[in-house]
Design a protein around this ligand. Structure first.
Ligand code: GRF
Length: 203
């Protein structure tokens, strides 16, 4: 059966768009049931509305004063919408216990670097400023730590001589837009499993 996806965003939503487009193109066997935003002004909300996907926005005040209540509301809304798998796509908040226990090993995150290098919110700039010759993109399961959790897929992106940070960002995003939907398709096909060793195995 198709994945029933919930997508968590905070900003532009280009990866949400890539997922919606991959579904429309028949490359991803999924339906996006709900988009949740941590910001009222996220452009991704407009993309969701354009695609006819219901949305929920959580206020900054709630995240700041009671993050567990925020995650309880999100988890309940996702369940009510019939979601069975959650994809974070540029979501700038942690997922906490109410989300992790509601969707065990069913929340995936996208990170614009080759984890475990360059964790955090400025991964592309951090890699660029470190002068690495290769960086990349990681898709991993979310857990209670930021940018940790079992790695599902990675793809390298070379840092060409003389390239600007804007060019590197473009290259990273282009890879994300391909890697995230194709990794979700592996999940939709039931080919992704977390082993007893804590590593992801793909059949
Ligand atoms: C992506 O680079 C993702 O890896 C990072 O935030 C960015 C989100 O971009 N976590 P978008 O909102 O999907 O356009």
């Amino acid at each position: 059966m198709a994945l029933q996806l919930g997508i968590l965003i905070s900003g532009n939503g280009s990866n949400l768009q890539a997922i919606v487009d991959a579904i429309a193109a028949g490359k991803l066997d999924a339906t996006v049931k709900l988009v949740v935003s941590s910001r009222v002004d996220a452009f991704g909300l407009k993309r969701a509305e354009r695609a006819g996907i219901p949305t929920l926005t959580i206020s900054r005040e709630l995240y700041d004063t009671d993050p567990l209540a925020a995650d309880t509301i999100i988890a309940n809304a996702l369940h009510s919408a019939g979601v069975d798998y959650v994809a974070m796509a540029g979501y700038m908040r942690m997922v906490r216990a109410p989300m992790l226990s509601s969707f065990p090993n069913r929340i995936v995150n996208l990170h614009p670097a080759l984890l475990p290098s360059f964790r955090g919110a400025h991964a592309i700039a951090d890699a660029y400023n470190a002068g690495v010759k290769v960086t990349g993109v990681t898709v991993h399961f979310a857990d209670e730590h930021y940018d940790r959790g079992p790695i599902i897929a990675q793809r390298a992106v070379p840092v060409a001589e003389g390239c600007t940070i804007a060019e590197l960002e473009n290259d990273i995003h282009a890879v994300e837009h391909e890697l995230y939907p194709s990794t979700l398709q592996l999940i939709a096909q039931g080919r992704v499993r977390v082993g007893d060793d804590g590593r992801v195995h793909i059949s």
